[in-house]
Design a protein around this ligand. Structure first.
Ligand code: ADP
Length: 827
């Protein structure tokens, strides 16, 4: 083996530099595994030499990096080569012993070719004795030899360059020095520099388009190819977004193949191609293939190419004309794109074939060198990392944006919740203020006037007297105040019932016209006293018939709830319409809906206040300076009742001109068991309004006799009931204590027992249960009275044995109605 079989460095190097290079080889090999094969001339048996020229050598073989460094004696111009063997002295001892002596110089050869190293190892083997243990190692090393790992190779090259640049150049004596090696070395250094540039760019930037563009430019420049491109597969294009300028709007992908293509099967695995997304050209004169999308079917002839690329396959085509002579389709495609030679390396991002990095030679064939393949491959590897990083970065950005968005939303939610809480707290305070006002006003009347009346009766007529008219007026005011309080309590109860989901609809068929008339009737007096004109506009008769009949106005819903809706809207309209104004109630049927419209010419509502209208305890003119009494519950309850029917309520209003409230109620299915059900309500506020118009003197049309036992511990209530029933012709026996009452009822055998529920000692439930259990009283009619006005209270009473139930405060006509009904059934 001569130095020519390796490669020469075009320098004559001093012996210490040779030593440095030798130890560099060793270091790199040792970096890859624990015990690489390291061989030097000292391993040869004494007196044996490779040939006359090679004086020294270092050979290293490891799994990823192998190299061979050989040295021949060399001399500078005009000198004769000085061999280290001259005088049988080693180089180092020679120099240290005599510093003025001529330095030992070598012509150095360096090889990384597995074949060349194998030949060299074989030569060594032949010099060794047959029983040398080294023989086996040499054989194993020869079998292990393979091309070096690109990164290790480049590390060696960089450090080699460092050593050489630190060494002053000495002129070579040997004119046959292989300039190509130096050129190759220079190119390798240049490639390393370029690769460094690309990797620095990758590390510094997360701008993927910039990285990819730099990569193709550098690849084209360093490989001195006509063109370098990045080809992205379809999925990657979608995942990464197209690069700037590659949008379909600006330049749609142009198919390269002829328009005469065979029909493509949608299931073809070759369909998912992509397009050229980045390009660098050596000169502008060369045709561009940027944005070109290849037709899939051409590649169906290249079997499994994607699978191969996925595994890291590098495709080097030195001449497309010969390589693809069998495929006219591909050849045509490549001719169109002006590709005469190509080097293709895959870009595999995390197990996924992302795209290809391709170098083209356009006009003439080209032999692609190994180091060029390695170079392009390394750029592709770095690109894969960059693409992955960019993906992570974009995911991170998305997550960051999402989190930021979440923070904004959450902050907004918290802000809203705070505003809502503040509003709720304000509403509560305002409600308490309103309640206090609403309760105090009638209570002041009740207490003040009752006291006045009492005084008038107690004092002597000459010192203090009240004329009968005044007394009646006072009593009327007291009654109205009580009724107002009752209305207030009922409203609150109603709202809380609906909110608790405890309200059920008692659906029945009824006449809307009648209900409308009735509602107007109830409020007519109030309207008159306010100076407001009342109109009723019923639109039930089919158009054009002129029929006046109410036949078409039958509707199925909860009559009492619909009545509440009407009364709430109408009383608001009257309340908020100044004297001289007009309130119109319109009712009609539209398909399956009843439409109720209450229009007034009142003060109107600003649009900004609409959202507050249907909220509980909201009164738009504030609490402390209010001109209109009310609880702020009417519209909230109205809306709840409308929604309970599955309907909707709307408002349209102009400040100073008036408001129109429109309600759409869908007809409710009429169930068998709901047909006969009477609407139940603790005390109907509407009824109380009707009764407000009646004189205190009860003028009941029916008269019924019979014995009635009343168990009531509240004296005033008992007195009222006794008076009413006695006036109706009954014999009433009043008892206060439940336990004694039971015995007496057995004896008295009354037609009816009216019992309060909350009694001291034994309560109303126990009395009823007892009466029902005893044969003598088990058929006696029982009417329960209670101040607890919730539906479940009624249910409890009925379960305990009551035939009917009446909520306090007692409305005279209700009491008389119920008693009459129970007594007449008996008769
Ligand atoms: P209130 O018991 O105070 O009447 P509502 O819930 O019925 O309670 O009404 C809430 C508020 O809506 C009223 O205080 C009033 O400011 C406004 N409002 C309701 N109806 C009308 C109307 N027809 N015209 C003007 N303002 C109205």
């Amino acid at each position: 083996m001569s130095i020519d079989q390796t490669s020469r460095l075009c320098r004559i190097l001093p012996a210490p530099v040779f030593d440095q290079l030798g130890s560099l080889l060793r270091q790199i090999a040792e970096g890859t595994e624990a015990n690489p094969l390291v061989l030097a001339e000292t391993a040869l048996p004494v007196g044996k030499r490779l040939n006359n020229q090679i004086e020294r050598f270092v050979a290293v073989v490891s799994s990823q990096f192998s190299g061979l460094l050989v040295a021949e004696a060399a001399a500078l111009d005009g000198e004769s080569p000085l061999s280290s063997h001259q005088g049988n002295k080693t180089l180092s001892t020679d120099r240290s012993a005599d510093p003025s002596a001529q330095p030992v110089l070598y012509q150095v050869g360096l090889s990384f070719s597995p074949a060349a190293i194998a030949v060299f190892l074989n030569q060594i083997s032949q010099l060794l004795p047959t029983d040398s243990p080294l023989l086996l190692s040499l054989r194993q090393a020869s079998q292990q030899l393979q091309p070096n790992h690109a990164a290790l190779q480049s590390e060696f090259t960089l450090r080699l360059v460092e050593i050489l640049t630190a060494t002053p150049p000495l002129r070579a004596t040997d004119a046959s020095c292989d300039l190509r090696v130096e050129a190759a070395l220079r190119q390798q250094v240049e490639q390393e520099r370029s690769l460094n540039q690309v990797t620095t760019q990758i590390r510094q930037s997360l701008d993927l388009p910039l990285i990819l563009q730099t990569a193709v430019q550098e690849a084209q420049k360093l490989l001195q190819s006509d063109r370098a491109v990045i080809y992205e597969f379809e999925g990657s294009l979608a995942a990464n977004g197209r690069p700037p300028g590659a949008t379909t709007e600006t330049l749609p992908p142009r198919p390269l193949a002829s328009s005469r293509r065979p029909p493509l099967s949608p299931s073809s695995p070759h369909l998912a191609l992509g397009c050229v997304s980045y390009e660098a050209l050596a000169t502008d004169a060369l045709p561009s293939v940027l944005h070109l999308a290849e037709e899939a079917y051409c590649f169906s002839e290249v079997t499994d190419y994607r699978i191969k690329y996925h595994k890291g396959f590098i495709l080097a085509v030195n001449d497309t004309e010969t390589a693809y002579s069998h495929s006219s389709c591909l050849l045509k495609l490549l001719r169109q794109a002006k590709v005469r030679a190509k080097l293709v390396v895959p870009i595999v991002v995390r197990e996924e074939l992302w795209g290809l990095l391709v170098a083209h030679q356009c006009t003439e064939p080209r032999h692609w060198e190994d180091h060029e393949k390695v170079f392009l491959q390394r750029i592709a590897e770095h690109l894969a990392i960059a693409i992955y990083q960019a993906r992570l970065y974009s995911q991170l950005q998305q997550q960051k944006q999402m989190l930021e968005q979440r923070v904004v939303e959450r902050t907004q939610e918290l802000g809203d919740a705070l505003v809502a809480a503040q509003a709720a707290s304000r509403a509560k305070t305002e409600f308490l203020a309103a309640m206090s006002h609403e309760l105090r006003t009638p209570l002041t009347c009740v207490i003040g006037m009752a006291e006045t009346l009492l005084r008038a009766m107690v004092h002597k007529p000459d010192t203090y007297s009240l004329d009968p008219q005044k007394q009646q007026d006072y009593l009327k005011i007291i009654k109205r105040s009580g009724e107002h309080l009752l209305e207030l309590i009922n409203d609150i109860l109603d709202v809380s019932q609906v909110e608790a989901g405890k309200t059920i609809l008692n659906v029945s068929k009824f006449s809307l016209a009648q209900l409308a008339h009735q509602s107007l009737q109830m409020l007519r007096e109030k309207a008159q006293s306010n100076g407001v004109e009342f109109n009723l506009d019923l639109r039930f008769a089919p158009e054009g018939t002129g029929a006046k009949s109410f036949q078409e106005d039958l509707f199925t819903a909860d009559r009492r709830r619909v009545s509440q809706i009407l009364l709430n809207l109408l009383s608001n309209a009257i309340k908020f319409t100044p004297a001289g104004g007009r309130v119109t109630l319109r009712v009609w049927l539209e398909n399956n809906f009843a439409v109720i419209q209450v229009q007034d010419t009142g003060i109107g509502i600003p649009k900004s206040q609409y959202p507050l209208l249907f909220q509980k305890f909201q009164q738009l003119d504030g609490t402390y300076h209010r001109r209109y009494e009310g609880t702020g519950l009417g519209l909230a309850l109205t809306k709840q009742l409308v929604e309970l029917h599955g309907g909707k309520i709307d408002v349209d209003s102009t400040v100073g001109k008036g408001s129109t409230f429109t309600v759409w109620l869908p007809a409710q299915p009429l169930l068998e068991n709901s047909r006969g059900l009477k609407a139940f309500h603790p005390v109907a506020s509407a009824l109380s309004k009707v009764e407000a118009d009646r004189p205190i003197q009860v003028d009941y049309p029916l008269s019924f006799g019979g014995r009635i036992v009343l168990i009531e511990d509240h004296e005033e209530s008992a007195m009222l009931i006794c008076d009413l029933l006695t006036a109706a012709g009954c014999q009433v026996i009043w008892m206060v204590d439940g336990s004694t009452a039971i015995k007496q009822i057995e004896l008295l055998q009354p037609l009816l027992v009216i019992t309060d529920i909350q009694l001291p000692g034994i309560d109303g439930f126990e009395i009823m249960q007892f009466l029902r259990q005893h044969p003598a009283t088990q058929n006696t009619k029982i009417l329960a009275l209670t101040a607890r006005a919730l539906p479940e209270d009624k249910q409890r009473c009925l379960e305990a044995g009551a035939n009917d139930y009446l909520a306090k405060p007692i409305q005279p006509y209700q009491l008389l109605d119920k008693v009459a009904a129970l007594v007449s059934v008996e008769e």
